[in-house]
Design a binder for this molecule. Structure first.
Ligand code: GLN
Ligand code: ZN
Length: 762
């Protein structure tokens, strides 16, 4: 029988119940027991939902109060000493939260992106003398909980090799050397699960979709040689997702495990190799329902893939599954009561995806009659989407097709442009500016809420925003900043703000996805061809410019970032959607120029995170990503200065692409690394101008002028003086005015002092 299976379900609750409970627990509003009650109820609801969907394999231990990587660290006793765990009893939840978020006494552990998703995990920390010890019981407790509901779940564990590879040795060396010490803990957990009656255990080894050295493959073999021997009753499913196994495929299928899960949404091409590599009695779990997106599956098309696998490999050795854990999709489309009815028929959230998985398994099993209706609906949605006038805008398509090489290039090269810009802008050496947003005060949020709920009129809201802009301008005049911003008070979010004004976009009410801990994001959905019906930011920038003689920067979010932080349509390549967004933004850029704006910043903080997981795919991505930026930026005259901003990023391996953006000025986050991140720009001899952030905006600390000056001096050692801009690391929207003004005053002071030194040196 073809089984319908799932790899993991969102833990946040359809109405963000977990967030509310967590935040209330952290602020001492509810007790530990009350928090646990919410957790248990969410698990129960999720299991019931999967039971109702007729799934054969329902995961457990996919739930966690914060992050599953942190939960694994805690489970195996990898708790850094500074968190004061006694090393004997099970790690308690407050220690777990201290590791995640820090407390009065100790800071949080490092957090980083989970592969190429927008989920963030806590980076495990190891040392050479690291000891591991079973220090928790969550997988076992969850298994029993579900058993009480009559469900024999498939417990999910993060695999030992990926766990080590995702962590960091804080005293250097290779984390894989710890494998021998870690495996006994995994053996113990598997032993306990087997004793409790588990039949299958899913062990995630997503790191094997990345380029890996032989040592990692050796470690994998060693690990599963051992783990497969724990119990003859236990079947292990090694799960991989987010990309193809590629040169790791033989190694993974070669493991003595009962099954392997592969992602066939991201990497459909690996099916043939998998069919060849799998042992006859080894289950292949087909990840065919997109766990990273919100589109309804085209069941008829997908069924062909499943049938092919069934034919080649036999019914009894095929699972149907989402491509990865459904953690990365919102919970339930049924919650969306006011979503456009037509668009809604094209969508599927986690709950709906369960039914797709079940329908595919039934159909592949020869029970098409049972699921006729699901297939009919899916066929009709797919047919609709192909021709819908809501999606397809011929004008947009034609324009995208007609993009010429000339449209990708500024009229002149940088060395000529910069002369024109210096003449037009007349700025001092070490010009000062900020990254765009000023503090989003409670007052701003209050007015926005009042406007959204209809309590104040649009005119009233706009008057309020104008007052805010005026205030920002006055403050900048007073501080003596050189290039102004209007403060972005009108924006709730740098992507949503633009999405709301472009066609082809739709917004959900409950489409939340966990970003980290209790922080969730609600990405807008790009469902159709993207166009800009009318200018989006021009009126605000024009108004702001009318208040001052200093240049006012126009502020836009770039095409790659808009793409990256949205749910993107799956019926055309991402590159095509990026190009459409770029063309819409290009019009905005030229409209800003026409309105008298001389400096325009196009933020692209998400360029790096869009990089494909496999290095061999980087070139292709970077080509279209850079082109999208250039389409956006290149419609203006030489004397109009284009800025871009990227937040923290490792620039070393993408510096050429960054240079190819050909922005006149780039600002980057460098203060936290003491200008170390600047090295990439120095080694490469970055040709254009740079604003290396001189202070960290993540903390309320008032940074003294001397500190900023020291950083600028460091920068001036390796860059030319007339190449350097002076700005904070990033936008200031999370800060308060108090500290913002003081920091900026010190920043202007630092710039002035640098100017003095430069004059003296002449
Ligand atoms: N202009 C945006 C701001 O200042 C940039 C934010 C970002 O890059 N993340 O808030
Ligand atoms: Zn930033």
């Amino acid at each position: 029988m073809v089984l319908a299976t799932n790899l993991g379900f969102p833990r946040i609750g359809a109405k963000r119940e977990l967030k509310k409970a967590l935040e209330s627990y952290w602020s001492k509003g509810i007790s530990k027991d009350e928090l646990y009650k919410v957790g248990a109820e969410l698990r129960r609801i999720n299991w019931q939902m999967q039971l109702d969907a007729d799934l054969d394999h329902i995961p457990s231990n996919d739930f966690t109060y914060y992050d599953h990587v942190l939960a694994t660290a805690v489970l195996v006793g990898a708790v850094p000493a500074r968190y004061g765990w006694d090393g004997k009893s099970n790690v308690d939840i407050d220690t777990f939260f201290a590791m995640a978020r820090g407390n009065e006494k100790v800071g949080a552990m490092e957090m980083t992106k989970w592969f190429d998703t927008n989920y963030h995990y806590i980076v495990p920390e190891f040392s050479k003398d690291q000891a591991f010890k079973l220090s928790g019981d969550r997988p076992m407790v969850a298994f029993e909980e579900a058993k009480d509901m009559g469900i024999t779940t498939r417990p999910v564990l993060l695999g030992p090799v990926s766990f080590l590879l995702l962590g960091k040795m804080k005293d250097g060396g290779d984390a894989l050397t710890l494998l021998d010490k870690l495996l006994p803990v995994y053996e113990q957990i598997l032993g306990k699960l087997a004793a409790a009656g588990a039949e299958w255990v899913q062990i995630d080894e997503p790191c094997f979709v990345l380029d890996q050295p032989n040592a990692a493959r050796d470690a994998l073999k060693k690990a599963y040689d051992r783990l497969s021997k724990v119990s003859p009753k236990l079947k292990l499913l090694v799960a991989t997702y987010f990309d193809e196994l590629g040169d790791n495929l033989e190694a993974v299928f070669g493991l003595p495990v009962a099954g392997v899960h592969i992602d066939l949404v991201r990497a459909p091409q690996q099916l043939d190799a998998a069919l060849k590599a799998a042992r006859k009695d080894q289950v292949i779990s087909l990840g065919v329902v997109d766990g990273r997106n919100i589109w309804r599956n085209n069941l008829s098309e997908t069924l062909k893939i499943v049938q092919k696998a069934v034919k080649a490999h036999g019914k009894d050795y095929i699972f149907v599954a989402p491509s990865c854990s459904l953690l990365h999709t919102p919970v339930d489309l049924d919650s969306e009561k006011s979503l456009d009815g037509e668009v809604k028929t094209w969508l599927a959230f986690a709950k709906q995806k369960l039914h797709e998985v079940a329908a595919l398994a039934e159909a592949a099993d020869g029970e098409m009659n049972e699921v006729k209706e699901a297939f009919r609906e899916s066929d009709s949605a797919a047919a609709d989407r192909k021709v819908s006038r809501r999606i397809h805008n011929q004008q947009v398509k034609d324009r995208a097709k007609a993009v010429t090489a000339a449209m990708l290039n500024r009229k002149s090269a940088f060395d000529k442009r910069i002369v024109a810009q210096r003449k037009a802008l007349n700025l001092p050496l070490f010009p000062t500016t900020t990254i765009g947003s000023f503090p989003q005060t409670p007052e701003i949020r209050h007015h926005r809420a009042e406007f959204k709920s209809g309590k104040i009129t649009e005119a009233q809201y706009n008057d309020f925003l104008k007052k805010e802009i005026k205030n920002c301008v006055e403050i900048q005049e007073d501080l003596g900043i050189d290039v102004f911003v209007h403060g972005e008070a009108e924006r709730n979010d740098m992507v949503e703000y633009f999405g709301e004004q472009m066609s082809g976009y739709i917004f959900t009410k409950f489409g939340w996805v966990q970003s980290y801990g209790s922080r969730y994001v609600k990405p807008p959905i790009i469902f159709g061809d993207v166009a800009r019906p009318k200018p989006m930011t021009v009126e605000w920038s024009k108004y702001a410019q009318s208040l001052t003689k200093r240049p006012m920067k126009g502020m836009l979010t770039g095409p790659v970032t808009i793409l990256q932080w949205s749910f993107v349509r799956d019926d055309q390549p991402r590159s095509e959607t990026a190009k459409q967004i770029a063309l819409a933004l290009r019009d905005e850029v030229t409209d800003l120029e026409k309105a008298g704006i001389k400096v325009i910043q196009i933020d692209e903080p998400a360029v790096r995170e869009g990089l494909p997981l496999r290095q061999k795919n980087w070139k292709d991505y970077l080509r279209w990503a850079v082109d999208a930026f250039r389409i956006t930026a290149s419609g203006v005259k030489d004397e109009t200065q284009i800025h871009t901003h990227m937040c923290y990023a490792e620039f070393n391996d993408i510096i050429e692409a960054v240079a190819e953006l050909d922005a006149d000025v780039i600002s980057i986050e460098t203060s936290r690394s003491q200008m170390e991140l600047l090295d990439a720009f120095v080694d490469f001899k970055y040709p254009n101008e740079i604003g290396p952030g001189v202070y960290d905006i993540h903390s309320p600390r008032v940074v003294p002028q001397s500190e900023m000056e020291a950083l600028l001096k460091k920068a001036a050692k390796v860059l030319k003086a007339d190449q350097i801009w002076v700005n904070p690391d990033c936008g200031l929207k999370t800060r308060k005015w108090e500290e913002t003004k003081q920091c900026l005053r010190n920043m202007v002071g630092a710039a002035k002092s640098m100017r003095g030194l430069a004059v003296a040196a002449e």
